[in-house]
Design a protein around this ligand. Structure first.
Ligand SMILES: *[C@@H]1O[C@H](CO)[C@@H](O)[C@H](O)[C@H]1NC(C)=O
Ligand SMILES: *[C@@H]1O[C@H](CO)[C@@H](O)[C@H](O)[C@H]1NC(C)=O
Length: 222
């Protein structure tokens, strides 16, 4: 008995596809995909040397505490030759408190803190040595340029479109700040405390997450 008709039809088809694969080696050897940024650890403490001179500011030393499981992010900002550090406590519900010993501003963002994989989809620009480290470089929607150490996968530096440059001096995975340090002081909750929206807050921007949230916030406000 002859094989059923569908099988007869299939045999030449198989021969054709096998031939095509052989005559076109490019179809079987695909190019390696570009490197992707390493997601942030869920909790870390980084110390960042921050250079704002290109955008009319000064130098700062910033302690960044990123705490994704608890939905919060804190920047302790020490400006050069200033004795009064500024705190920027950002909560994932969109509320941020910016305060020093005398003043406080409460700012509402339309979006919360960045997820660990916030760099997903960034465009790979290649390798570059920066601050003496061999790095992969990505950019995201032209507002950040992000440098990651090729060997250790730690962030080394990031630059913003405004001219702000942050150099990562230490990166301590799992580094957390005790709960009491996150509490905004009483003067954030009195009648004189200022309230602003993210779009009004451009002048106080000094942290990574401010910049990264700002475009989304601005888009949401349109
Ligand atoms: C800060 O950035 C400016 C502009 O890129 C640069 O000229 C200057 O050397 C930097 N300063 C420090 C201390 O890194
Ligand atoms: C967001 O969370 C913080 C910290 O718990 C709180 O102080 C603030 O009132 C909250 N904001 C809103 C809009 O619920």
């Amino acid at each position: 008995m002859a094989p059923p008709a569908p099988l007869l039809l299939l045999l030449p088809l198989l021969a054709i596809t096998a031939g095509a694969a052989l005559s076109n080696p490019a179809a079987t050897t695909t190019e390696a995909p570009p490197p992707v940024p390493t997601p942030w650890p869920e909790q870390f403490h980084a110390v960042m040397f921050t250079n704002l001179t290109e955008s009319g500011g000064r130098l700062q030393l910033i302690d960044l505490y990123y705490d994704w499981p608890r939905g919060r992010n804190l920047n302790l900002i020490r400006s050069q030759l200033s004795g009064d550090p500024k705190y920027d406590v950002e909560w994932t519900n969109g509320t941020s408190y910016i305060f020093d010993s005398a003043s406080c501003r409460t700012i509402k963002f339309a979006v919360g803190i960045l997820p660990p994989d916030w760099l997903r989809g960034a465009v790979y620009l290649g390798r570059e040595t920066t601050d003496g480290f061999d790095c992969h470089v990505w950019t995201k929607v032209d507002f950040i340029w992000y440098y990651e150490d090729v060997v250790t996968h730690r962030p080394v530096r990031w630059n913003f479109y405004t001219g702000m440059q942050q150099h990562v001096m230490s990166f301590n995975v799992g580094g957390v700040l005790e709960d009491s340090q996150w509490q905004a002081p009483a003067h954030c909750f009195n009648d004189h405390a200022a309230m602003a929206t993210g779009a009004d807050a451009v002048d106080t921007m000094s942290s990574l997450l401010w910049f990264a949230r700002a475009p989304a916030d601005a888009a949401a406000a349109v």
